[in-house]
Design a protein around this ligand. Sequence first.
Ligand code: SF4
Ligand code: SF4
Length: 352
Amino acid sequence: MLNGPKIMSVMRRILRSRGPHHAQWMVTRRCNYRCRGCGVWADQESIELSTDEVERGLDILRDLGVWEIVFSGGNPLIRDDIGEILQYASRNFVTTVYDNGSLAEEKIESLRNVDFVAISVDTLDERKNDYLKGVPGAWNRAMHAIEALKGDGIPVGVSPTISQLNLYEIIDFTKHFVSRGIPVWYCFYWYDYPFENTMFPIGKKSDEYGISDKKTLADVCTNLMEMKKKNSNIYITHKTLDALRHLALTGERMWSCRALSNFLVIDHKGRVAGCHSQESLASIFELPKLWNSSRFRQLRREYNKCGNCAYLCYIFYSLHSGFSGNIQVLRDQWENTKSYMRSQTETKYQTS
Ligand code: SF4
Ligand code: SF4
């Protein structure tokens, strides 16, 4: 949980280091769902780092300057040791973990220390959500999980992937959850450009998902920007929405990619890459000696010019880099935490 000592520790890393500041760790490639826009479930693998290796990797990331970490997969909660990993990570990092809604309730004790649990739900339409997740009952399980975590004081929100399939619902979806004090944290559908040697293929090309109505996407961004002014439970920055709107309207990017500079990714085997679509570069245990190498500097320049994806997390990390960008992200996190604590207090007051 974000508190005074953790903020001080994070501040020291922001001040001391030029990055990386954000890491996404896909700690497993195993998944119990069958989402239609995702290629992970059709290509699973059981080899993964041990608990001890993940913890050693976290120490390395901390010493390099990383202060924010997102655990994803696969479904990270499928790991038996996820509670230990999250507890270890939460001491030093602003920590987020994803779940598709199937395991959070069962593993609620593992989630006590994290800063945010993102439950992926794409629509309020139960049948449609189950169709998208490829598993009957997915919507119901996700709703139960959200209620259970919220009731237990664990910071939880929903994370829809914006695609053509839910584009016209995103505003109502957002209103539904934020009016109940549940934050919304967005992803954006993308499929992995056909790179060679992609480290961790995720997105699957799907005409159903691909955004064909760009004008509506731009309008959704504009509406969310307006709604954000009045509601701190909309977890996406104005800058990110502005960049996505500009991309939808003009096809131009307002950002240069900061892969391997401000952010990096690690996979279930401990391999490191600038982003999941690029090739793996090294093991996490080799990272300290390679971070300032000429090879990495050259790769940073190449990635800086790359324009082959529009995953929202990478846009966000690219836009909010440097000292001021990091302070802005940290301030947002702190505001989100305060707003969540307030909503918890109000809920308790109303129910007591
Ligand atoms: S999107 Fe996530 S939950 Fe769905 S199949 Fe892929 S890894 Fe699993
Ligand atoms: S734009 Fe950046 S994050 Fe996206 S594929 Fe290229 S290097 Fe990776």
